[in-house]
Design a protein around this ligand. Structure first.
Ligand code: NDP
Length: 299
């Protein structure tokens, strides 16, 4: 078997095209505004922020980057978040991670107003997701993973998913989201014993551990779907957590790196920002009162 490639680049382009139409239909004051808080001078963070800004511009979302020195204190950063929370023109706020070591990321993420938390990293939104509440803002990478799986047309109910990784930004929310879609989910991590034995039982493997090419051909059941979230550098080249060349021989579907989950993450962030704009009090149909019948207020 040679796996079909799950083309995240193409799917993300489709999502952006649809979003561009929806954003164009909003009038001036309602154009979504994404505020990105960037602390310090991390090269990878700068690249991620540049990509988000470019993708936002493509769909008509305004992306404003607030650059802070890495010497900023926690209180000062909280004050920046508070200002953005109160700014009625800002639809969504993200804080680019990682933050400098002297700042507690959870404290900062928890300060983002849940309705504007378009990364879905506020523990309140993570809690809503864990409670299967539909109003949870779901973080972009898990949402992108779900969309890629749905694009295969497969019925997710009852599928055994093994998630490799339990981070707050990928592994955990991905596991919760797939559980909410009736999958049977096994979450694994660096203390898991006999990982290949577990992955061999999976209908779907989601690899999000940051270990280059960890997942080998003999870890995968014939015909399983493999989603590779990892972004690693090996010998100067980008690669995922899955040994793509090997695993594509046995999987039914597989995401490439680059061009799989990465582009979907950005597209889902933009979708979350658009949805957050509809929740703003300035949203023209009902000024946020919820009597307009717009689908967002009926969730
Ligand atoms: P973290 O480092 O925060 O978490 C890694 C997780 O993997 C941890 O739970 C860790 O276990 C687990 N782990 C590490 N080594 C192993 C192992 N050998 N076997 C099993 N589990 C292991 O990483 P992130 O979740 O932030 O990111 C994971 C990967 O995804 C990275 O490569 C990152 O660059 C990429 N990424 C890609 C995105 C995209 O859009 N494509 C978005 C975000 C991240 P433990 O908890 O025990 O330490």
């Amino acid at each position: 078997m040679t796996a079909q490639i799950l083309d995240g680049k193409k799917l993300a382009a489709d999502v952006r095209a649809e979003l561009a139409h929806k954003v164009a239909a909003l009038s001036g004051d309602n154009v979504p505004v994404l505020a990105v808080v960037l602390v310090g001078d991390n090269e990878a963070s700068r690249i991620y922020v540049r990509n988000k800004k470019k993708a936002a511009a493509e769909v008509g979302i305004v992306c404003e980057v607030f650059e802070m020195s890495d010497t900023i204190g926690e209180q000062a950063l909280l004050a920046v978040i508070d200002e953005l929370n109160e700014n009625p023109h800002v639809s969504g706020i993200i804080v680019q991670l990682p933050l400098p070591a002297h700042i507690n990321p959870l404290k900062i993420l928890a300060a983002i107003r849940p309705q504007k938390d378009v990364d879905g990293f506020n523990p309140y939104n993570a809690g809503l997701l864990a409670c299967r509440e539909p109003q949870a803002v779901v973080s972009a990478t898990p949402k992108g993973i779900l969309r890629l799986l749905q694009s295969t047309g497969m019925n997710l109910a009852g599928k055994h998913v093994v998630v490799i990784g339990r981070s707050n930004i990928v592994g955990r929310p991905a596991a919760m989201l797939l559980l909410n879609h009736d999958c049977t989910v096994t979450i694994t991590h660096s203390h898991t014993r006999n990982l290949p034995e577990l992955t061999r039982q999976a209908d779907i493997v989601v690899a999000a551990c940051g270990c280059p090419k960890l997942v080998k051909k003999d870890w995968i059941k014939f015909g399983a779907v493999v989603i590779d979230v990892g972004i690693n550098r090996l010998d100067g080249k980008l690669c995922g957590d899955v040994d793509f060349e090997q695993v594509k021989e046995i999987a039914s579907y597989i995401t490439p790196v680059p061009g799989g989950v990465g582009p979907m993450t950005v597209a889902m962030l933009l979708e979350n920002t658009y949805e957050a704009a509809l929740r703003q009090p300035t949203h023209e149909c009902c000024h946020g009162h919820g009597h307009c019948g717009c689908h967002k207020h009926n969730d």
